[in-house]
Design a protein around this ligand. Structure first.
Ligand SMILES: Cc1cc2nc3c(=O)[nH]c(=O)nc-3n(C[C@H](O)[C@H](O)[C@H](O)COP(=O)(O)O)c2cc1C
Length: 190
């Protein structure tokens, strides 16, 4: 069965650029052909700051928004986190969404498509990795950092990837697929 890849748009603010990169990557992953990609927009879930009364390890979710988010995370075999950098750190919307559920993340690999100025969002990526490992997500080293992202958008705001960006996306997807296959027995046992 084809493994499912959730491509998660992590920024939620009005006017965000995140969907431009999320949609591009979702298409790219479809053409890559090894995953069944699904574009997931975090903004659609309207998650408030963590508001469940019980620890997520119990998976006794009270709120509809949590149940919907848990179902989305559970459905995936792997993730690509499409994320900006806010103040040299991971976006709070991403940190919050990661914290909301627990076992649904387990034994699944994740790669990052990050974007920003000179950093290409890489500081956000590095800051998020310890959190991912606490959730038993395997953050893979291969990633797609987009530096000075405005320079890669045309006058209509359409993303024009360079050859290097496309190559890094292919490499990340290849590696993500290897990890997602290799972790299958752990996901099955959980
Ligand atoms: C609160 C805030 C903090 C930011 N901090 C950074 C930063 O540390 N590094 C960076 O490269 N860009 C930073 N930016 C600029 C973002 O790269 C830019 O606004 C980008 O569009 C954010 O992604 P989004 O539109 O999907 O939210 C920041 C933007 C905001 C709103």
């Amino acid at each position: 069965m084809t493994l499912r890849l959730n491509v998660i748009i992590a920024s939620t603010r009005p006017g965000r650029v995140g969907p431009v990169f999320g949609k591009w990557f979702d298409n790219f992953a479809r053409q890559h052909g090894r995953f069944d990609p699904v574009l997931v927009d975090l903004a659609d879930f309207n998650l408030p700051v963590y508001d469940e009364p019980r620890h997520p390890r119990l998976a006794q979710y009270e709120h509809e928004h949590t149940k919907a988010w848990a179902a989305s995370v559970k459905s995936a075999d792997a993730f690509v986190l499409v994320t900006p950098e806010y103040n040299y750190f991971a976006a709070p919307s991403l940190v919050n969404a990661l914290n909301f559920v627990l076992s649904e993340w387990h034994y699944k690999p994740a790669g990052f498509l990050s974007y920003g100025g000179v950093s290409g969002g890489l500081r956000a990526v590095q800051s998020a990795k310890p959190l991912l490992t606490s959730l038993k997500i395997m953050p893979i080293p291969e990633g797609v950092p987009i530096f000075s992202y405005q320079q890669h958008l045309d006058a209509d705001g359409v993303f024009k990837p360079t050859e290097i960006i496309e190559k890094s996306a292919t490499t990340m997807l290849d590696e993500l697929h290897r990890w997602a296959e290799a972790l299958k027995p752990l996901r099955g046992a959980a």
